[in-house]
Unconditional design. Sequence first.
Length: 94
Amino acid sequence: MHLAWEAVRDCGTEKTERGREGKSKKKRHRRAQPFLQLPSYTEYPDYYATIARPISLAMVKRRIAESAYRDWHEFAAAMDLVFANARQYNHPES
């Protein structure tokens, strides 16, 4: 669970990497962006009508920090829910 925690903890944060020329550059985990926070209720009220159990990566991170997950299975279920919600709400071609 430690490695999974690091991956969740670091999503959305900037990391400094060295490019080919050896210069530092910042890189963001852009693919995680849509999952970091719940959608705005005012902008996406239909999301909350469609999704029974909204959850974001920020919520998962908070629950990890609070030791709210009793075991790996609870953590994995929360992560599955994040992406199941996205699949349910979004169109297949998006």
